[in-house]
Design a protein around this ligand. Structure first.
Ligand code: IPE
Ligand code: IPE
Ligand code: MG
Length: 233
């Protein structure tokens, strides 16, 4: 068992479509299975003592996929966020990262509700990155700082790393320590660009619907074996 646990784990849950196609199923079946694996993974991360888990569910770029697929994924996320057990019984504090103004009104309300009702939970913090883009998040924070500057609330010198971090959707949370990406691609695809400055990466060939506790454990073990110098010697 690893001795150094990451405080904050990010997961790029990739490979749902290929998992389904490989089985002769429509892509949405891969997303359905992926949503089940997400629920299991949250429980497992909590059991392992992970404090923060951020999962990449839908990127801003994913919205350019065929409308039926986007709608299907949105419906799965809707069901996930409306499942009260996720935050009542499971003691999960859930937050949603991403641009929410362009989402359907009921989904926006479901997001507001889950954030409000789960705010007192302390089993694990889970961030669902939905309609999320790392660059958008940085732009959003930069604009917020510019707005304060223009209104005379702050001086130019006050715009620093802490202020930019506080304008991120993850304000107040620790930076991500470990990013796991399933599905075989070796890239970040606009996930947590600011927060991953010193993250460790574990890339897995397995598709997300095949991810399980064994993969999680092995990623945690790899993490504990890494030497994080953070620019030092
Ligand atoms: C990840 O699986 C889920 C989303 C991006 C919404 P994909 O749908 O990207 O699956 P592949 O990469 O096409 O197999
Ligand atoms: C990243 O996967 C986004 C999510 C897992 C939600 P993509 O499938 O969108 O990434 P690319 O297109 O392969 O970079
Ligand atoms: Mg993909």
């Amino acid at each position: 068992m690893p001795n150094t646990l990451p405080t904050h784990v990010g997961i790029i849950m990739d490979g749902n479509g290929r998992w389904a196609t490989q089985r002769g199923l429509p892509r949405i079946e891969g997303h359905k299975k992926g949503a089940e694996v997400l629920a299991d993974t949250v429980r497992y991360a909590k059991a392992r003592g992970i404090e923060y888990l951020t999962v990449y569910a839908l990127s801003t770029e994913n919205r350019s996929r065929p409308p039926e697929e986007v709608r299907g994924i949105m419906n799965l996320l809707r069901a996930y966020l409306k499942d009260v057990n996720n935050y009542r019984k499971e003691n999960v504090r859930t937050r949603v990262l991403g641009e929410r103004h362009s989402l359907d009104a009921d989904l926006r309300i479901a997001i507001e509700n889950v954030e409000k009702w789960s705010a007192g939970n302390d089993g694990i913090n889970v961030n669902i990155a939905l309609n999320y883009g790392g660059r958008d998040e940085i732009v959003h924070s930069a604009r917020e700082a510019a707005r304060k500057l223009l209104s005379g609330e702050i001086a130019l010198q006050q715009i620093d790393k802490a202020m930019i971090a506080s304008g991120m959707h993850t304000a107040g949370q620790p930076d991500v320590d470990l990013i796991i990406r399933t599905g075989g691609e070796l890239r970040i695809s606009n996930f947590m660009l600011w927060q991953s400055a010193y993250a460790e990466f574990v890339f897995l060939d397995e598709y997300w619907p095949d991810f399980g506790p064994g993969h999680f454990d092995s990623a945690l073990e790899k993490f504990s074996a890494r030497e994080r110098r953070m620019g030092g010697i």
